[in-house]
Structures are given as C-alpha cells and as structure tokens.
Design a binder for this molecule. Structure first.
Ligand SMILES: [Zn+2]
Length: 70
C-alpha cells in the first residue's frame, strides 16, 4: 500500500485518462488487503481519478471480477 510520501497522482503522471473496470492489475493497486478502496489521503490520487477508480472498482465488484470483502 502506498505511503503518505507519495503525494502525486500516479494516474495523472502516467497520463491514464480512462480507468477500465476490466483492468484488474491497475485496480488492485488501489485496494487494501481487505478489499476496501484506498482513500485519497493514502494514495495521493487526484479527485477526478479517485472518482473514476471508485466507480471502476464498484463496477468490477458487481460483475464479480473482484470480491466485495475478504
Ligand atoms: Zn489524477
């Protein structure tokens, strides 16, 4: 899990505009070991990308690509 030192939004840095709910490799970086969405103050993600990530993760959960809890 990222630390407080990572303040830059990694999605902005890598110029990722759309977050796909099928891109599990990316989504898994923004999930804790109990499958919760990592909060913004931890990951340093910007508002726009955090919102996109949250929707993508929720969508992935509904289509059963990702568990709700562990
Ligand atoms: Zn961003």
């Amino acid at each position: 899990m990222p630390t407080y030192q990572n303040r830059k939004c990694k999605l902005c840095a890598n110029q990722i505009k759309e977050v796909d709910y099928k891109n599990l490799g990316l989504l898994q970086k923004y999930i804790t070991k109990y499958m919760k969405i990592v909060p913004r103050y931890y990951s340093g993600t910007c508002i726009k990308h955090q919102k996109r990530l949250a929707s993508a993760i929720k969508r992935a959960r509904i289509v059963a690509l990702m568990p709700f809890v562990r």
